[in-house]
Design a protein around this ligand. Structure first.
Ligand SMILES: Cc1cc2nc3c(=O)[nH]c(=O)nc-3n(C[C@H](O)[C@H](O)[C@H](O)COP(=O)(O)O)c2cc1C
Length: 160
């Protein structure tokens, strides 16, 4: 075990949070990560919410460890995505690719822990002001689709 504020907050053994990937980050990957002591994450960016619901149900049989869901805001098609996530009984959410103010309050009101993915210092400040519990700091080398300004993680992380 590596104890940090992150492991204490999320109830995991190692401060490792799996990156979400549309269609790919489903129960096989997420349960392996959770069972290994990290935080497995199920995607919703595929937009295939019936399949995502099934994957979350499968998680209950595959792991008794914490896992979360990602809401990639730029890809959200269902206006009820917050209710969808809350209804699945998930306790941890990462939001990404959009304004952290959009879902943070509703998710936190429902009792979830919310981390937002930030690609810049300005975005990090905005996310903190929105009330998130944590940040995922992601430089431009992570594909860059969350920001047009390609600051590397090595520079961005200490800055944040
Ligand atoms: C195929 C693929 C799908 C992805 N889908 C998502 C997504 O749904 N939501 C999101 O926030 N990031 C998504 N990402 C970005 C990853 O979560 C991650 O932030 C990025 O790959 C950087 O991490 P890495 O350096 O470990 O690859 C995706 C990346 C890949 C390669």
């Amino acid at each position: 075990m590596i104890q940090t504020r992150i492991t204490d907050m999320l109830g995991i053994r190692y401060p490792i949070i799996q990156a979400p990937m549309g269609w790919i980050a489903r129960s096989a990957l997420a349960s392996a990560v959770s069972n290994a002591g990290g935080m497995g994450i199920i995607e919703t960016s595929s937009g295939d919410l019936p399949a995502v619901r099934e994957e979350i149900q499968k998680m209950r049989g595959l792991t008794d460890k914490p896992f979360g869901v990602n809401i990639a805001q730029a890809y959200v098609r269902d206006p009820d995505i917050v209710s969808f996530v809350v209804d699945q009984g998930v306790k941890f959410v990462t939001t990404s690719a959009g304004d952290p103010n959009r879902y943070c309050a509703a998710l936190k009101e429902a009792g979830l822990t919310v981390f937002h993915v930030v690609p810049s210092l300005a975005a990090a400040i905005k996310a903190i002001e929105a009330g998130v519990d944590g940040l995922v700091v992601e430089g431009g080398e992570g594909g860059g689709f969350k920001s047009s300004r390609e600051v590397s993680t090595m520079v961005l992380l200490p800055l944040v």
